[in-house]
Design a protein around this ligand. Structure first.
Ligand code: ZN
Length: 264
């Protein structure tokens, strides 16, 4: 199932996207859900809208954290002159960095080098700690697409990556959460990024150094994970800078496409 958050006139609501996986937006519908599916389960109402009549927002605003994984693709690590680490390398992004599909990101005044990074994002469904790799499916709510925006100049200049990866708008997420995938289904998914329609990243999760099971398990050894927490699993080669007026579209096979606009 595809779980989206949307606005039709007032407060954001959760909904279930109905229609064929590759159907155009005008052929998709949103079935309104009762309350919050993270805490009340997936309870459809009888109300539905055409997808084109609503505005999708970020499918989740994490209550506590977004955990990123650095240098999880050998070809991406080497394009920035880095080695592949022996264990997953983590960083945090605050929940104020989240924006939704199709939303504009204001490029901060203090950076000239904001880079896109298309990523598979894991959305946690259950409070958990020290999760064994073989139990990871028990704690995952679903998967969405992330764009791990990074200010490269600040990433090099600062001792910590907090500003470089945590600025307002640095974590576009969406367009929805796919709950139908198991961790085994994420082992060979295509991940692509288009910049103004040109293909700039084209990787497969099969080339990740650490897979979803190992990442979630290792992250949970450091942090208690809460429902709605998000883990970004790293990006393939082909990262590059964005400028005001440009548009990126990140796609993860089997999940969807996340568009992001940029402005100053
Ligand atoms: Zn990243």
């Amino acid at each position: 199932m595809r779980i989206a958050r949307f606005v039709v006139d007032a407060e954001p609501q959760y909904g279930l996207i109905e229609g064929e996986p590759d159907a155009p937006d005008q052929d998709l519908e949103v079935v309104v859900l009762h309350g919050d599916p993270f805490f009340q389960g997936i309870q459809p109402t009888t109300t539905r809208h055409r997808l084109t009549d609503v505005r999708l927002v970020a499918p989740i605003i994490p209550r506590s954290k977004i955990v990123g994984v650095g240098r999880n693709w050998a070809d991406h690590a080497s394009e920035l002159g880095n080695k592949v680490p022996d264990s997953p390398q983590f960083f945090l992004k605050p929940n104020t960095s989240v924006v939704g599909p199709g939303e504009p990101v204001t490029l901060p005044s203090w950076t000239e080098q904001v880079s896109y990074e298309a990523e598979l994002a894991v959305v946690i469904g259950t409070i958990c700690k020290d999760v064994p790799a073989e139990r990871v499916d028990d704690v995952v709510f679903g998967y969405t697409v992330g764009n791990d925006l990074t200010a490269r100049d600040a990433q090099k200049a600062d001792l910590q990556w907090a500003r470089a990866k945590g600025f307002d708008g640095a974590c576009p997420l969406g367009p929805w959460i796919e709950t139908g995938l198991k961790s085994a289904d994420t082992e060979d998914l295509g991940i692509r990024m288009e910049l103004d329609g040109e293909l700039v990243q084209d990787g497969r999760t099969a080339d990740m150094v650490f897979g979803v099971r190992e990442i979630v398990s290792t992250v949970s050894q450091a942090f208690t994970l809460l429902p709605g927490d998000v883990i970004l699993t790293g990006t393939p080669a082909g990262v590059g800078l964005v400028e005001a007026g440009q548009r990126t579209e990140a796609t993860v096979e089997g999940i969807g496409t996340l568009a992001t606009l940029y402005r100053r």
